[in-house]
Design a protein around this ligand. Structure first.
Ligand code: ADP
Length: 195
């Protein structure tokens, strides 16, 4: 069983992901996979610096993620170019790791752009973690210690969560307390064998 877990920034996806992992799921985190693939010497690292040039590397030859992030945040074409390099490689890695994860009954693909990128078609169930836009902004600002304006810009750069709900087989409603969220996860995984 493959569960595609998604949400919006600050909606609580990582919190859910950690709890599903604690319940015995094998969690494959697309952001973490992307990080791995962009380590110096890896194929995606090479593709990225060939596409964007020396400014995205630091003195030691590692990708400067802050600079790369700033670049793609301000340019749609740069963002699309980066996504074309990174997303297919991440998708392949998720598929490959799923194939080789023999024996794991519950596999969670934790993917921020599960729906936008089309990967939702390859999972058995789509779970969306929902919070209101105001809550997303408030929680990001608190977590990342950025201004409300910065948090708002990051939320606005993504699909509205309401749009993702249409794809959901299950909605985890995170408009309440963390305790309330934990109870929903307990209920959703009640039939899972605990390790
Ligand atoms: P995402 O992975 O979707 O960006 P996180 O799980 O990291 O979101 O949650 C964002 C922040 O909000 C974290 O600091 C988290 O502890 C906090 N948070 C998540 N859910 C709640 C909640 N129901 N009430 C209060 N804070 C929450």
């Amino acid at each position: 069983m493959i569960i595609g877990l998604t949400g919006g920034i600050g909606s609580g996806k990582s919190t859910v992901s950690r709890q599903l992992s604690a319940r015995g799921a094998l969690v494959l985190d697309a952001d973490a996979v992307a990080h791995e693939l962009m380590v110096r010497g890896q194929p995606v690292w090479r593709d990225v610096w060939e596409a964007f040039g020396w400014p995205v590397l630091d003195a030691a030859g590692h990708l400067n993620r802050v600079r790369l992030g700033r670049l793609v945040f301000h340019s749609v074409s740069a963002r699309e170019a980066l996504n074309r390099l990174v997303h297919p490689a991440v998708r392949d890695a998720l598929r490959c790791r799923t194939r080789t994860a023999a024996g794991a009954p519950w596999i969670v693909w934790d993917v921020p752009l599960l729906i936008e990128g089309g990967l939702f078609r390859e999972v058995d169930q789509v779970w969306v973690v929902y919070a209101t836009r105001a809550q997303q902004i408030e929680r990001i600002a608190e977590r990342s210690q950025c201004t409300r304006e910065e948090a708002e810009a990051r939320v606005k750069a993504q699909w509205p969560l309401e749009q993702k709900l249409a794809y959901a087989d299950r909605v985890l409603d995170n408009t309440g307390t963390l305790e309330g969220l934990a109870q929903q996860i307990q209920a959703a995984t009640a039939g899972w064998a605990t390790s």
